[in-house]
Each structure stands twice: as structure tokens, then as C-alpha cells.
Design a protein around this ligand. Structure first.
Ligand code: GLU
Length: 422
């Protein structure tokens, strides 16, 4: 996250799309910057009695198509620019998957691994007390992201409800089911990626049954990707990693065994009957599908030419830099060696899509079955894939990420224009 500025990247990607769409200067300027951003300092009582002040953010990038929506990330390397980038990508994500929401993201600079559960609870509540004025079921609705989870969402929902004096389940999504969460939300990001990977494979005439996969990251997205890749696509997951390093077994890694090992030891590394490998080596493995499911900036000009996967399904936000995109694309066009990239804000839109379903269920207090959630998620993801694919064909020569931008930016610009903003 350090040397690469994700927000500069997000702006460059938009600039490229704006040029092709011929966006007028005012629209381009509006879409290039967040509409609103808030920085807060949150005092938290630590377990030893001392006070610690944490810095937090909420960036509301654009709400032309509907209320802001997006996660809250807790990470030691967080900056205002990482949050701005994520909020921009949320704007394109909700647009490409065509749900009536805008894009926001929040974050707190902290290392949650060093915080006790009670400190985490006080931080979650403190964060909501600091930003509640700009939140609202029809204004901006947070959700989980890196190092936040359903329990943290429950505390946030409770704090907001206490402040407002009524029960407000729809103020946060990704909640546990017992307090208004949706069936299928936890695995939704991973499952959504399976649907678009399935569509890509059909198009590429690739048989995924028994084909190999590698997953970078074993947080809530990465581990469900392991489960879903096996269950939904019949892929054989041969390598996984987390921030400590990776493991490899050509015969395939059993989901339950890896999860148990990670729960017991805190990492996937050193699991019996596996070979150790680095995160860098995992990305360059000769597998059919590569799932980067950790942080941004992992596929760069340094390693792009070494990526061997046939499909790169981006579950992380911003894993690939623009230079890497160009290298991957040149390979595909010039050498037909091709990595077929499923760009992040298309591929990982399943999470926010089921968040939207959660909002809908909260709004009318009537809950759907897991089956119904999955059916509707499949329909949304499949439609989004084909909208992007149609754009690739219509504008011959654009790569998938740029096509996804064209679809999304066009929709946001149309809404902004209709509202009289530009
Ligand atoms: N943090 C997730 C993302 O980046 C989910 C956001 C949401 O559900 O609002 O897509």
C-alpha cells in the first residue's frame, strides 16, 4: 500500500475512460474527486486504562445514483488516499452491477490484531459517534472491509441506534443474521466472483471442473473463495496464502483443513503436507484461475509478464496497477498468451450486491431465503459481466477494466446529468 498511490491510479483509470467517452470537463472534474470527505480523531479507552486517539475517515465519493455505500477498513497503513480510491471504486462497483447506490468508504488507522475485543468494540462505537451525522439509511451505509467483520458491524449498528433512539438495522450491512443481516452476505463477495468467472470460462471455452486455482489472501474474502471455488466451480485449489506466506499442494488443499490450521495457528503457513511458497511466487503460478484476494498493488510492472493464469479474477480492490494492465493487455493482443482479467469492481461486486439486498430486507423487515439471495446475486453478476463484455466488443481494443469503467462511468454521468449537477 505504501509506494503505490491508489487514488492516483483510480484517477488515471477514470481519465482514460473519460477520454473515450468524451466526457465534458465539468462531468470529468466532478467524477475525479470525492464529493465529501470527513477526517475524525477518535479517543478510545484502552484496557489498561490509558487513552489512545485513532484517526478515522469516511469518504463519500459520489451519490448521484443513490445513497453512499461501502466498507470500513481497519488497517495500520490506511491513508486518506487509500480510502478515496476505495470510495471511487465503490462508485464504479455499484454502477457496473446496476444497484441504486453510490460509492463511499471509511477507514481507521489501527492494527486490529493488537486490539482486544473490548478495545475493538469501543473503537467501533467511537467511530460511529464521530461520523454518525453524515450516515443514514438514505445517505450513506457502511459495511465490512479488510479487518472488520459482522460483530464490528453489529456494534456500529447498535451505537447508531442508541444515538438515534430507534432501531436502525439498515444503517450498516454485513451484520450477523440475528440482528438483521442477510443470508449469504458473508460469502457473497466470493460467490459473486464465481458467477463472473463461470461466465468468462464459458466465453473462453475453458473447462473449470478439476482445473487448478491459487488464492492470495485468506481473510473473509479469501477463505470463502477457497470454499466457493471448490463447491461452485469444481476448481482444485492448489495454493493459498495470507500475510505470513503461502502453502502449496499439487493434489489440492482441503478447505476445512486449511481453515482449522489457520484458526489454530493464526496463519495458513506451516500446514502439514504442504510446501511453503511466497506470496510473490503464488501470483506467478501456472494455474487456470488466479484469485488475488488481499490488498491493492500486488500485480505491477515487475511481475505482470510472469502471470501465467488464464483467468485473473480480482477479489481484492485495486490489486493490479495500470502499468501491469498494459503489460497483460499487450500480451493478450500481441502474443495471444492472454490473461483474461476480471477487473476488481466487477469481480468483487457480489459483496455490495448482497449488502444492497440486506438494505432492502431491512427496509421492509421481511427476510429472504439463501436460495433467493443466491439466485438474485447470480442474475446481477451475470448481467454485469455481459454488459462489460458487450462494451469490449462494441469498442474493439479496450480491455476488460476499461470496458467496466466505460459502463460504470456512463451510468454515473447520466444520473448526475439528470439531477442537474453538470
Ligand atoms: N467492502 C466491500 C467492497 O469493497 C463491501 C462494501 C459493501 O458491502 O457496502 O466491495
Amino acid at each position: 500500500m505504501s509506494e503505490i498511490n491508489s487514488f492516483t491510479i483510480a484517477q488515471q483509470q477514470l481519465d482514460e475512460a473519460a477520454a473515450i467517452l468524451g466526457l465534458d470537463p465539468a462531468t470529468h472534474a466532478l467524477l475525479r474527486e470525492p464529493m465529501r470527505e470527513l477526517t475524525v480523531n477518535i479517543p478510545v479507552r484502552m484496557d489498561d486504562g490509558s487513552m489512545h486517539v485513532f484517526k478515522g475517515y469516511r469518504v463519500q465519493y459520489n451519490d448521484a445514483r443513490g445513497p453512499g455505500k461501502g466498507g470500513v477498513r481497519w488497517h495500520p497503513d490506511e491513508t486518506l488516499d487509500t480510502i478515496r480510491a476505495l470510495a471511487a471504486w465503490m462508485t464504479w462497483k455499484t454502477a457496473v452491477v446496476d444497484i441504486p447506490l453510490g460509492g463511499s468508504t471509511g477507514g481507521v488507522i489501527c492494527n486490529p490484531k493488537e486490539l482486544s475485543p473490548t478495545e475493538q468494540e469501543r473503537l467501533a462505537r467511537g467511530y460511529i459517534r464521530a461520523i454518525w451525522r453524515i450516515l443514514g439509511e438514505n445517505a450513506d451505509v457502511p459495511a465490512p472491509d479488510v479487518y472488520t467483520n459482522p460483530q464490528i458491524m453489529a456494534w456500529m449498528m447498535d451505537e447508531y441506534s442508541v444515538i438515534r433512539g430507534y432501531n436502525a438495522p439498515g444503517i450498516v450491512t454485513g451484520k450477523p443474521i440475528a440482528v438483521g443481516g442477510s443470508a449469504g452476505r458473508n460469502e457473497a463477495t466470493a460467490l459473486g466472483a464465481m458467477y463472473v468467472t463461470r461466465e468468462a470460462a464459458k466465453m473462453l471455452e475453458l473447462d473449470l471442473q478439476g482445473a487448478t486455482a491459487a488464492i492470495q489472501g485468506y481473510g473473509s474474502v479469501g477463505r470463502y473463495t477457497h470454499k466457493m471455488a471448490q463447491e461452485v466451480l469444481g476448481l482444485k485449489v492448489v495454493a493459498v496464502s495470507d500475510s505470513q506466506g503461502g502453502i502449496y499442494n499439487p493434489a489440492g488443499l482441503d478447505y476445512n483443513a486449511v481453515l482449522r490450521h489457520k484458526r489454530e495457528t493464526g496463519s495458513v503457513t506451516d500446514m502439514p503436507n504442504t510446501t511453503a511458497l511466497s506470496n510473490e511466487a503464488l501470483l506467478e503460478m501456472d494455474v487456470t484461475v488466479l484469485f488475488p484476494a488481499a490488498l491493492e498493488g500486488v500485480i505491477t510492472e515487475r511481475n505482470a509478464a510472469n502471470i501465467k493464469a488464464k483467468i485473473c479474477a480480482e477479489l481484492a480492490n485495486g490489486p493490479t496497477t495500470p502499468e501491469a494492465d498494459r503489460i497483460l493487455e499487450a500480451d493478450r493482443i500481441l502474443h495471444e498468451r492472454g490473461v483474461y482479467v476480471l477487473p476488481d469492481f466487477l469481480c468483487n461486486a457480489g459483496g455490495v450486491t448482497v449488502s444492497y439486498f440486506e438494505q432492502v430486507q431491512n427496509a421492509y423487515g421481511f427476510y429472504w431465503s439463501l436460495e433467493l439471495v443466491q439466485q438474485r446475486l447470480d442474475a446481477k453478476m451475470t448481467a454485469a459481466f455481459h454488459a462489460v463484455h458487450r462494451m469490449v466488443k462494441a469498442k474493439r481494443g479496450v480491455h476488460n477494466r476499461l470496458a467496466a469503467y466505460l459502463v460504470a462511468v456512463e451510468r454515473v454521468a447520466e444520473a448526475a446529468k439528470l439531477r442537474g449537477w453538470i
